[in-house]
Design a protein around this ligand. Structure first.
Ligand SMILES: Cc1cc2nc3c(=O)[nH]c(=O)nc-3n(C[C@H](O)[C@H](O)[C@H](O)COP(=O)(O)O)c2cc1C
Length: 264
């Protein structure tokens, strides 16, 4: 059996020293005990990416026109070729690090033109005490919006990493994440979208319908997504499907009538 090809993207400026990386290494070791694995790790800090300048040409004309495409393009290709993607970041001020946030801003186009359907992902966060959920939700939402199926996640508390009992629990959680990741990659089935993913699809659909002439519109038209209920044919519960369709119609009506209210 061919080795699993995993790509880990680490958004801590402490790189090899970081607890995020160490937690991911632990999961990788557990994965290797189940199946031969090749892992490539990208430390985002070492890429030296400047801040996204917000030109939006990735969305309007294509990602190739991004001023940083020489850095972003090869990473997109590596993600394309990986069997599984790992996104890891620490919690800074109860949110994701600026490093990871800036990195995913360069992949905004992937939210508009997702392509990683069926690709499995896991997300990992490290905090000294709290704020894991915000970061895990952000990383999960990001990978899902790119098309990935996020199959497991883990947040660790770095301040507890010297305690025997806690280490044991992290070890057990890492084993569980590893088993799920490998099993889901092996199954290779398209995951069923959760309700937030359905809503994200509908929001993108409403937006893209108004983008005639842009690259996004052509991409969606080619794939027959402009009138679809979701990107893929993966099963969706009837209730979630109906709710998402109903909310999307309400959104469209508000936009058409100029009825959108400022957010307070
Ligand atoms: C600027 C900054 C902000 C932080 N904010 C939080 C926080 O909101 N909550 C928390 O529990 N830990 C916070 N921490 C602690 C880090 O999450 C913790 O040290 C973590 O282990 C860092 O991840 P790393 O080891 O992978 O670099 C913060 C650390 C820094 C440097």
């Amino acid at each position: 059996m061919a080795p699993l090809r995993l790509l880990a993207l680490i958004g801590s400026s402490r790189n090899e020293e970081s607890e995020t990386f160490k937690a991911i290494r632990l999961i990788e070791q557990k994965i290797s005990q189940i199946r031969a694995t090749e892992v490539e790790t990208i430390f985002i800090q070492k890429l030296g990416l400047p801040f996204c300048d917000g030109c939006l040409t990735c969305v309007t004309t294509g990602e190739e026109t991004c001023p940083e495409y020489s850095l972003i393009g090869p990473i997109a290709e590596k993600m394309d070729h990986a069997d599984g993607i790992i996104l890891g970041a620490p919690v800074y001020t109860f949110n994701v690090t600026g490093l990871m946030k800036n990195f995913v801003e360069y992949f905004m186009y992937k939210r508009n033109r997702p392509s990683f359907f069926g690709k499995k992902a896991i997300v990992i966060a490290a905090a000294s005490g709290g704020g894991h959920k915000v970061v895990l939700d952000f990383l999960e939402g990001t990978a899902s919006a790119w098309g990935c199926d996020v199959v497991s996640r883990m947040g660790i508390s770095s301040s507890q990493m010297h305690k025997e009992r806690y280490l044991q629990r992290v070890d057990e959680a890492a084993e569980d994440v590893a088993k799920t990741f490998v099993a889901e990659i092996a199954k290779g089935e398209l995951g069923s979208p959760k309700f937030p993913q359905l809503m994200n699809f509908r929001a993108m659909q409403n937006m893209t319908r108004g983008q005639k002439g842009l690259k996004n519109y052509a991409y969606w038209e080619e794939r027959n997504w402009l009138d679809a209920e979701y990107y893929t044919g993966a099963p969706v519960t009837p209730f979630a499907r109906l709710m998402a369709g109903w909310i999307a119609r309400k959104m469209r009506k508000s936009i058409r009538k100029g009825n959108v209210r400022p957010v307070r």
